[in-house]
Design a protein around this ligand. Structure first.
Ligand code: SF4
Length: 326
């Protein structure tokens, strides 16, 4: 075991420790021809060492076109699974297999399969935040960036099932005017936002604009000046750098926003300005750490595997989404 490997997870790394790990990760990435893909909700150091940082759509597009031999996915399990489905012959690794997702878990394959069977005439649209088994039961996948486009691409006379996120589903129904059968799933992070706290914060920052992710509940979305995916929110902030923003999504996104627009004033919702309550952080995303990322790329594990039959069935709805999103 080398010196870096012996650093205990509980030990808070100082700047020198972080730099040493980041240098090692960089070296290993070159030696192994690996690409590191990181979601905006990952901790700042992981975002800084990644080759690409993005939202689910951007990450899938990167995974689909990478020429690297190995994909190191700094995100949650369903994202790494999607990368594996798109790259069956490549090694896909995830720093911690416990990096799950409450939204994906709210849609178990067996009951969803029965739901789909009970509505055989429906087109099944699933948000990418679901397991490979659920994707395999779908006609087309979407992300929060392209959900409106995907639903609008379905002929008007076809009824639709939308799963697993009911909040995104309601938002899409409102925007497209399409009735859809919604699965009753949700994300713990986006459902934890407190409207009372949000109003309280806004009272003390009346000039601030509220920007929200469509996984948030309807009453939060009703207060928002802008609703969009994580990359949509970043682009919105870039457009109005002089403004102040209350950001209703996972707090990890603030790192990229602040990097892109250093002087912009950002306030995470619903916690107070100093964000001490950390209630807008996704515990699943934060299971990954810089140290685990280092160990993962060094030992090339834990590896993601998706059984062939599921992988083959799940590929088509993902490819349909990528085609429409070009
Ligand atoms: S923020 Fe919500 S939807 Fe995203 S990974 Fe965490 S639990 Fe899942």
């Amino acid at each position: 075991m080398d010196k870096l490997e012996s650093i205990q997870e509980e030990v808070k790394l100082d700047e020198a420790g972080k730099v040493a790990l980041m240098q090692e990760i960089d070296q290993l990435r070159k030696e192994k021809n690996a690409v590191i893909l990181a979601h905006y909700y990952q901790e700042p150091e992981i975002q800084d060492v990644a080759d690409y940082v993005g939202d689910s759509l951007g990450l899938s597009q990167q995974a689909a076109k990478t020429e690297a031999d190995m994909i190191v996915f700094a995100g949650v399990h369903f994202m790494a699974e999607t990368a594996k489905i798109l790259n069956p012959n490549k090694k896909v690794i995830l720093p911690d297999l416990d990096a799950g997702c409450s939204l994906a878990s709210s849609c178990p394959p067996e009951s969803f399969g029965e739901f789909v069977k009970a509505h055989p005439d429906h087109v099944v649209v699933t948000y990418i935040n679901c397991s490979a088994e659920i994707k395999a039961l779908s006609d087309i996948v979407c992300t929060s960036s392209n959900a409106l486009k995907i639903v609008n691409s379905i002929p008007k006379d076809r009824p639709i099932i939308f799963a697993p996120d009911k909040n995104l589903g309601k938002y899409v129904m409102k925007q497209t005017g399409r009735e859809m059968l919604l699965w009753d799933g949700a994300c713990v992070v986006h459902e934890a936002f407190s409207i009372d706290k949000l109003i309280e914060i806004h009272k003390s920052h009346p000039e601030a604009e509220i920007i929200a992710h469509p996984e948030s509940e309807e009453h939060i979305l009703q207060t928002a000046n802008y609703i969009g995916s994580t990359s949509g929110m970043i682009n919105y902030v870039k457009k109005y750098p002089e403004k102040e923003f209350i950001v209703a999504t996972e707090a990890g996104i603030l790192h990229q926003m602040q990097k892109d627009v250093p002087d912009v004033k950002l306030i995470p919702a619903p916690s107070h300005e100093d964000n001490t309550c950390a209630c807008s952080e996704c515990g699943y995303m934060k299971v990954n750490t810089l140290r685990k990322l280092y160990l993962c790329i060094k030992h090339e594990r834990p590896e993601i595997d998706v059984p062939r039959t599921i992988r083959e069935r799940a590929l088509l709805p993902i490819e349909r989404m990528l085609e429409i999103s070009k």
